[in-house]
Ligand binder design. Structure first.
Ligand SMILES: C[S@@+](CC[C@H](N)C(=O)[O-])C[C@H]1O[C@@H](n2cnc3c(N)ncnc32)[C@H](O)[C@@H]1O
Length: 214
């Protein structure tokens, strides 16, 4: 299946120009081949935070902090906070430097370690969760994040269409079979989960947006 990277680029080009720090991070991510969200997805995440008036965000998968900064800038307007988790120490340290440079450190708590070990120990509740870590672990994150998410909270999950290959009839290398099947099963589970009201959007690498129902 043809996946419209051209469309994503066009959607990014339509956005107002990003500030130099975000642009630098985009270049850094490209240089280190770190799969950060596209600008259109970053913009959409910030818009969701504003529309939903989210005040306590949880992010799984900080990397160098690109999506974190989009979310943090939006949550700052709501006088809120973001907690972000990553298990890669180098990326996390890079992220901390960017948070300082963005003057947003006070709005961000960065936790280092495996989210699957950290999440069960978190005590606060969140009204927005963004999952963007290991695709093969999405089901585990879902089970751990659900009890931490308030009713009416938003759950956003990136990469659920995995280059469009999750769409039946797509052509892709057989080495991705397992991952594609895992994501198909995950999307079926999430879409049919009575605790969530879900839409899947073909934005970026595919975004699932769910509201937690009480
Ligand atoms: C796609 S990158 C995140 C990109 C980031 N959200 C952005 O758009 O700027 C995925 C990150 O998840 C982290 N990760 C993968 N599995 C994890 C786990 N079990 N716990 C915590 N972090 C994990 C990786 O170290 C990596 O930095």
């Amino acid at each position: 299946m043809f996946y419209p990277f051209e469309l994503e680029k066009y959607l990014g080009d339509l956005l107002p120009e990003r500030d130099p720090l975000l642009q630098e991070m985009e270049e850094q991510a490209l240089l280190e081949t770190i799969p950060v969200v596209t600008p259109a997805v970053g913009n959409f995440l910030a818009q969701l935070v504003q529309v939903h008036n989210s005040k306590n965000i949880l992010e799984i998968g900080t990397a160098i902090g690109y999506s974190t900064l989009w979310l943090a800038r939006a949550v700052k307007i709501n006088n809120g906070h973001i907690t972000t988790i990553d298990m890669n120490i180098n990326r996390r340290n890079q992220a901390l430097e960017y948070f300082e440079r963005a003057n947003l450190s006070e709005y961000i708590t960065s936790l280092f370690g495996d989210a699957r070990k950290i999440l069960p120990d978190l005590e606060s509740k969140f009204d927005f969760a963004f999952i963007d870590a290991a695709k093969g672990e999405y089901l585990e994150y879902l089970e751990l994040v659900t009890p931490l998410l308030e009713s009416g909270g938003l759950l956003v999950i990136d990469n659920v269409l995995f280059r469009g290959w999750v769409v039946p009839g797509s052509n892709f290398d057989a080495k991705y079979n397992r991952m594609v099947n895992t994501l198909r099963e995950f999307l079926t589970r999430l879409s049919q989960d009575p605790k969530y009201f879900t839409s899947v959007l073909p934005l970026g690498d595919g975004l699932a947006v769910s509201i937690k129902i009480s």
